[in-house]
Design a protein around this ligand. Sequence first.
Ligand code: FAD
Length: 394
Amino acid sequence: MPAQPVMRNNGSLRIAVVGGGIIGLSAALEMRARGADVAVYESGIQLGAGVTVRAAGMLGSAFDWALEADQRSLAALARHAGMLWPDFAARIERMGGGGVEFSKEGAIVVARSDAEIGWLETLAAACQARDLPVRRMSAADLKRDEPALTGGAKAALMLPEDRQVDAQIVLQRLGAALSRAGVGFKYGRKVERIVGGQVFQMPDGERFDRVVLATGSGPLPAFFGPRGAPLEHGLIEMIPVKGQMLALAPVGGGPQHVIHARDVYIAPKSRWVLVGATSERGRADTEVEPASVAALRTRAAALVPALADAPEVTAWAGVRPGTPDDAPMIGQTAIPGVFAALGHYRNGVLFAPATAELVADQVIDGKVSPLAGAFDPLRFDKQAEAAHSALQRD
Ligand SMILES: Cc1cc2nc3c(=O)[nH]c(=O)nc-3n(C[C@H](O)[C@H](O)[C@H](O)COP(=O)(O)OP(=O)(O)OC[C@H]3O[C@@H](n4cnc5c(N)ncnc54)[C@H](O)[C@@H]3O)c2cc1C
C-alpha cells in the first residue's frame, strides 16, 4: 500500500533523504519541485563520497538494455530515463549555475571479428524490436564521424540516443541547484538509527514525515519504534560490484563519441578520456590494481591507437550497488512512510531522473505508476516467502 499523502499546516511534507549521491539528490530535486520541505543527510563531509563520482556518465538506454530480453521493465525504465535526460540536464544547468557536459553525440558500438559482427547484428535487431533508434555505419561513415577509430573495426552501429554527461559535474550542479531551491544539507551525518512512528526522528533530533533511503552500497540505517522496539524495513543489503576505471589525458586525434566494444568502453569528456571498466561482483574494496588498469589501456589502445601513449591522469575504483536481479529497488518499504531508492547498480546516472519521478509519485502523491511496479523494494522478501511456502507444501 502506498502511503497516503499528508498535508501539513503550511502545506509541505517534511522529507529526509538519506544519501547524497545522484539518486538521493535527483529525488530531492523532484520532491522539492512538488512542494516538499527536503533535507539531505550525507555521511561524507561534502558531496562525492559515494560511487556517483566514479561513474563514466554514460546514458546507455539502448546499449545496456536492448539485449536483455528478460528485463523488459528495466529496458522500459532505461528508455524513459533516456528520454527525460535532455530536460533534466537543462533543468540542472538552469538551477545549478552551469553545464553538465550533456552530449548529444550518441554512442558508437564496434565489432572487430566475425563473432563480434554476429553480436552487433543481434544488438541492432534487439534495438529495432524495441523501437530504439539504431543506425548501421559504413566504413566511410566511421572515417568521417569518428576518425580516431582506426584499430580494426570491421562493422559499427550508431546509437544516437545513448548520450553522456560528466557525472562528477552533475553531482556538484545538483547540489548547487538544491541549495538554491532551499533544500538543507547535513554533511558528515552518517544516519545509523531512525526512530519511527507517526513521524521519523533522525539522530540529530530533527523530525520528518517521510524518509527516503538512497544510501548506494552503504549499510542501511536501523529503525526503531517510539518505545525502542526494532522495526523491520524488509530490504536486502546491496550486492557490491566493484568497477575500476582509467582516466587518460585528452590527446590530438582522440575519440569524440562514447565508443563501446565487447571488452571495453571509452567515454571522452572535456578534461579526460575515461576507459572502463571492470565488473567484479561481490567485491566492496576500492583498491586500484595496476594489472586491471593496464588491461583497460591495452584494450582502449587497440581500438583507438591515439590513446596508446596518452598520459594517465588517474585511475579509480568504485562500488556499484547491485541487487540479485540487477534491477533497482524503488518504493515503499515494510515501514509505512519509509521509501527505498536503492540498487541502481551500473545505471544510476542514467536512471536518476526516472527514479526521481517514481519516488516523488509515491512519496508525495501516494501513487505507484505502472513503470514502478517491477521495482518493488520488497520483491526479494516476497520471493523468499514464496519459496519458503512452496517448501512447506512439498
Ligand atoms: C566504474 C563505474 C562506472 C560506472 N559508469 C556508469 C555509467 O556510465 N552510467 C551510469 O548510469 N552508471 C554508471 N555507474 C553506476 C553509478 O555510479 C551508480 O549506479 C550510481 O552512482 C548510484 O548512485 P547512488 O546515489 O545510489 O549511490 P552513491 O553515489 O554511492 O550515493 C550514496 C550516498 O549515500 C551516502 N551514505 C551511505 N550511507 C549513508 C548513511 N547511513 N547516512 C548518510 N549518508 C549515507 C554515501 O556517502 C553516498 O554519498 C558506474 C559505476 C562504476 C563503479
